[in-house]
Design a protein around this ligand. Structure first.
Ligand code: FAD
Length: 447
């Protein structure tokens, strides 16, 4: 029997769409935005029963499952060099279950672009992310930070329930009254507890927003960042902004751009909220305009070839001047693009222990995107990461979804000790064998 034959046998009996090495579509299915894999089998279940069958099969065949919704894991966790990929792309229904209460039910494999397009004609939208093709599953389970975050909070703050298949193949409906601890853990604890097949959210009444970018001359960076911070601290919660700082790269000069999304009442209120930001530094461009929220989300595009991208982030409770100085130093080191995403507002009003996303006091998330050659040596990568380390040390923790690595130190940065202990207790109850370990892993531990 050849290796190919033995893989076929190990995949035999699986329901739904099944892809094994050598089949048409396998290579594409094995590859995600950030990683190329060589799984033994990719399965695309069509419902919870098929997910349960896939998990039972994986257990019998000794295949480690990796769960994929939209495939955008920056740490490449939704593909694998062996094992089974459970790709939820066929479970992507989007349904307005009750317009009056704005309740919507969304399959985990849907993308946020599809969600925005379906909800928009109903006058609805969901606080989620900024990118069309990111999956509902991964983004929601990590928290979800997007263009409505200051007005409506994280994606998980609108979540009221979920349907999940456990490691033992059991389908559970989870909400505040059913498996309450598991519901707490799903809101920030990632894919540690089972395969979520669908999410129930309360959507927001959102149609059009004011969205666009203000460009500044990137001269005095500490002044610009400090002034932006002061305005955001005092500013209207309807306004969420991201200050993107790009060093000179690929023949382009350095740039400082403020992406803005204002989701409050239109007319004068929008102009009043945005006005002070139009006087920050030397403005070089301004294209903010009213548009549908569904049109705001952008395409992720493909990863540029020949490059290796390392993404890290830190959440900052107090963006003080010392921290700003460290940002300037990192930026001067070149080849690291930075984004300061404003938080606060509705995020901060949720108690830190209400969900597994514990860093409610962060006023800013700093995301660093380090651009390295694809064949960067470990020394080159280590050097770039060493430049980032002092900033990470200054921060108060990390956001799981903007991490290109999944080390124990990363997990510790994401989950403070009390949060981790509580997550581990949930893990012991629902996945004691740590079947779901291709993630920022919570170990079941001893109790
Ligand atoms: P996947 O790679 O499919 O999943 C990631 C991980 O989540 C999996 O490894 C698995 O452990 C778990 N998982 C996924 N689905 C399930 C499920 N149904 N059941 C159980 N476990 C599951 N994040 C933000 O908050 N805001 C943004 O604006 C934002 N923008 C982004 C833009 C780009 C271009 C990229 C690449 C990422 C962005 N992210 C953003 C980060 C994003 O939230 C994470 O990458 C997230 O994991 C992507 O979800 P996914 O379903 O596409 O990923």
């Amino acid at each position: 029997m050849t290796l190919h034959d033995s893989v076929q046998v190990r995949a035999t009996g699986l329901p739904g769409e099944v892809l094994t090495p050598g089949q048409d579509g396998y290579d594409e299915a094995a590859t995600t935005l950030f990683a190329a894999g060589t799984p033994e089998v990719v399965i695309r279940p069509r419902d919870a029963a098929e997910v349960a069958a896939a998990l039972r099969h994986a257990a019998r065949a000794g295949l480690t499952p990796s769960v994929r919704s939209g495939g955008h894991s920056m740490a490449g966790l939704s593909t694998h060099t062996d094992g089974m990929i459970i790709d939820l792309v066929r479970i992507s229904q989007i349904e307005v279950a009750d317009r009056a209460s704005r309740q919507v039910r969304i399959g985990a494999g849907a993308t946020w672009g599809a969600v925005a397009a379906v909800l928009q004609p109903h006058g609805l939208g969901l606080t989620a992310g900024d990118t069309r093709d990111v999956g509902v599953g991964g983004l929601t389970l990590g928290g979800g930070i997007g263009w409505l975050v200051r007005r409506y909070g994280l994606a998980i703050d609108s979540l009221i329930g979920a349907d999940l298949v456990t490691a033992a193949g059991q389908l559970l409906h989870v909400d505040a009254d059913h498996h309450g601890e598991l519901f707490w853990a799903l809101r920030g604890g990632g894919g540690n507890f089972g395969v979520v097949v669908s999410f129930d959210f309360i959507a927001q009444p959102v149609t059009s927003v004011h969205y666009g970018a203000i460009g500044y001359h990137p001269g005095d960076l500490p002044q610009l960042i400090g002034d932006w911070r002061d305005l955001m601290r005092a500013g209207d919660e309807n306004l969420t902004t991201t200050l993107a700082l790009t060093p000179p790269m690929f023949g382009q000069p350095a740039s400082a751009t403020l992406m803005c999304c204002y989701a409050g009442p239109g007319g004068d209120a929008a102009a009043r909220a945005l006005g002070p930001f139009r006087q920050l530094g030397a403005v070089t461009s301004d294209d903010i305009r009213a548009m549908l929220y569904a049109e705001v989300l952008e395409d992720a595009g493909r990863r540029p070839g020949g490059l290796r991208i390392e993404t890290r982030n830190t959440l900052v409770a107090d963006l003080g001047n010392e921290f700003i100085g460290a940002i300037e130093t990192l930026f001067g080191g070149r080849r690291t693009a930075l984004a300061l995403r404003s938080l606060g507002g509705a995020v901060a009003r949720v108690p830190a222990d209400a969900t597994a996303f514990a860093h409610r006091d962060a006023e800013v998330m700093l995301v660093a995107t380090m651009v390295l050659p694809a064949d960067a040596t470990p020394e080159q990568a280590g050097e770039a990461l060493a430049r980032w380390a002092p900033l990470a040390a200054h921060g108060s923790g990390a956001y799981v979804n903007f991490l290109g690595s999944a080390s124990e130190a990363d997990v510790a940065a994401v989950y403070p000790p009390a949060t981790y202990r509580r997550l581990a207790a949930v893990k012991r109850a629902y996945d004691p064998g740590n079947v779901f370990r291709r993630n920022h892993n919570i170990r079941p531990g001893q109790g």
